[in-house]
Design a protein around this ligand. Sequence first.
Ligand SMILES: CC(C)(COP(=O)(O)OP(=O)(O)OC[C@H]1O[C@@H](n2cnc3c(N)ncnc32)[C@H](O)[C@@H]1OP(=O)(O)O)[C@@H](O)C(=O)NCCC(=O)NCCS
Length: 238
Amino acid sequence: MSGAPRPLVVVGAGGFARETVQLVRRHAAVGPAGESYAVAGFLDDDPRRRGTVVDGTPVLGPCEDALDHAERGAALLICVGNPGDPTSRRRLAERLGLPDAAYATVVHPLADVSPDSRLGAGTVLHAGVVLTAAVDVGRHVAVMPHVVLTHDDVVGDHATFAAGVRLAGGVVVEDAAYLGCGALVREGRRIGAGALVGMGSVVVHDVPPGEVWAGSPARRLRSAVPSSARASLLEDRP
Ligand SMILES: CC(C)(COP(=O)(O)OP(=O)(O)OC[C@H]1O[C@@H](n2cnc3c(N)ncnc32)[C@H](O)[C@@H]1OP(=O)(O)O)[C@@H](O)C(=O)NCCC(=O)NCCS
């Protein structure tokens, strides 16, 4: 795609947001169809970050300003998220209530996406990510470096994959689930909505929604979310 790069505003200014800004700044055309973006700045609700410069990129204002930036033609990316709050990206997307066209989709040039795989709006694939065949990835999904998603995997909106996660074939990862660094998931298993899988875990059973599982083989550690939030996640389960 030719023409001037579209301004990009990144919502959140934490670790994943900073990594994604570095990706976009270092590579010319990172959209799935070759779209190019120029980072305009971060938005962040932490008043201590307001008006500061993070890694050379300004924090322009609070997350609510995303609506104004979208109206002025900027593309957005929601890059909040951490293992302590697996559903934060989903809540922010709901709060902003913007259509898919408002969001960029970013694919590192060294990610390998099979032509029959699908990526939703607002999703980010970092370096070394591989989608082998017929992988269906939803909207606002964060995929950190060297994650491997294999044939027929289905990933719901707002899911997060920390570096080095590998899924066998036909795995389903539901909305806003979080898989910690290096987790492995056996073929055909389901990771429930808002569940959290600990780093280095080997998942051989389905993980129910809203639970934290860890270890090899992975076992239940605790609930990931308060019971009220868990009820709403269960209602939304596909
Ligand atoms: C699973 C996890 C969320 C648990 O955190 P927590 O609730 O604070 O749990 P604790 O650290 O108190 O550990 C509770 C128990 O689980 C064990 N445990 C914690 N994480 C584990 C893991 N990944 N694998 C195996 N056991 C684990 C602890 O050893 C401890 O066992 P013990 O009571 O016998 O000593 C956390 O360890 C984790 O893996 N987070 C993901 C980290 C990650 O990938 N970050 C990516 C950032 S980009």
